[in-house]
Write a protein that binds this ligand. Structure first.
Ligand code: DAH
Length: 365
């Protein structure tokens, strides 16, 4: 039996020679420093610290050494591997931080960039305002009535006590349709819906009629040849001006808030007697210090529409017995109401169809 190989000189085992271990370590450190990204570092780790790397293989040789030689060789290789691993760890931290920073920059989303996504539409503010108004009256048990925009001259004028020679016809600059014998107009107000309703229904009648109307007005910030009105008509037994006032006060408050009521100023409309202009308490200054108010210009009140007790001549023309029934009527501008309620300063915005005008109204609750 042979004894232990006491002549074995570790210096003779090439991979364990000090200069060789140092060379492998230096090669590893250089490769680590040169690794430009995480992928490259992974490769370097495999080559210089993996199971088949020169230093790992050298480590394996230690087991074959005689006991007295193992300690020194182990320390040498262990130190070199420790240095390599430490360098790997440090480089990894640096490259990971760089990677993260790059991702933050590359994946930044610029929320201010314009988008080519199609804009969603919005219901037109006038449509929504018409419905809001109708809702106020439907909640009181009224019904919504409608009529055509191309209207018979007789319904637009004559039935409402405006015969052919009536001077009040000139108050409404009318679009007449051809041929003249057809006696058709673009309705100048929603009042013909009153006549249509009385002609087709039996009292009691409680209706609101929102709709589009036309006049030969030039376009400016407060005028348009097409605009919108809402008509109200009540025919029942014992109806008085007091019912009219109460209904309009409720309407005004529902539109503009608590404390905004109405006042009546004597006026003239052929279809009502007596007739009144309706003013609203100025919704900006509420009548307090109105001298400084730019909205009502010191009045404390703002003109809103017209109203009155239905003229018996209209009741007769529309087949309603004036001995049995009385009624009231009113007419307001819907565009005007929208402008007041939402601070719209130019009527043209309402009609130009720019979606940027309509959109904010769509999110109203
Ligand atoms: N039709 C009128 C206009 O367009 C407004 C109006 C006034 C309607 C008085 C009414 C009313 O029903 O009673 O100027």
């Amino acid at each position: 039996m042979s004894g232990p190989n006491t002549d074995y000189d570790p210096v003779e085992v090439t991979p364990l020679r000090a200069d060789e271990v140092e060379a492998q370590r230096d090669a590893a450190l250089a490769a680590i420093a040169a690794a430009a990204d995480l992928e490259a570092l992974k490769q370097v780790r495999l080559e210089h610290a993996g199971d088949r790397s020169p230093l790992a293989l050298a480590n394996r040789e230690i087991g074959a050494l005689p006991p007295q030689a193992r300690k020194e060789a182990g320390a040498r290789v262990g130190k070199a591997r420790g240095e390599v691993n430490k360098a790997l760890g440090q480089r990894l931290a640096v490259l990971e931080a760089e990677h993260e920073e790059r991702m933050l920059v590359e994946e930044t989303v610029d929320v201010t960039l314009p988008t080519d996504r199609a804009l969603t539409g919005a219901r037109h503010p006038i449509t929504m305002m018409s419905e809001r108004i109708a809702d106020v009256f439907v909640a009181m048990g009224w019904e919504v009535a409608e009529g055509p925009q191309v209207e018979a001259e007789w319904l637009n004028f004559d039935a409402l006590n405006m015969g052919a020679d009536h001077p009040a016809r000139t108050m409404q600059d009318t679009f007449w349709l051809e041929p003249a014998e057809a006696a058709l107009v673009l309705r100048t107000h929603t009042s013909p819906v009153q006549a249509r309703t009385m002609l087709t229904r039996e009292p009691p009648i409680y209706v609101v009629c929102p709709g589009r109307v036309y006049r030969t007005d030039e376009i400016d910030a407060t005028h348009s040849p097409v605009f919108h009105q809402v008509e109200g008509l009540v025919i029942d037994e014992g109806i008085t001006m007091a019912h009219l006032k109460g209904s309009l006060d409720h309407f005004a408050t529902a539109m503009f808030g608590e404390g905004i009521t109405t006042r009546f100023r004597p006026s003239y409309f052929p279809f009502t007697e007596p007739s009144a202009e309706v003013d609203l308490v100025c919704f900006v200054c509420r009548g307090v210090n109105s001298d400084e108010c730019r909205t009502c210009r010191g009045e404390g009140w703002i003109e809103w529409g017209g109203c009155g007790v239905v003229n018996p001549r209209v009741l007769i023309a529309c087949g309603v017995d004036p001995e049995k029934y009385t009624g009231f009527a009113f007419g307001m501008g819907i565009d005007r109401t929208l402008m007041f309620r939402h601070g719209v300063e130019d009527l043209r915005d309402v009609f130009e169809g720019d979606i940027r005008f309509a959109q904010p109204f769509g999110i109203e609750i």
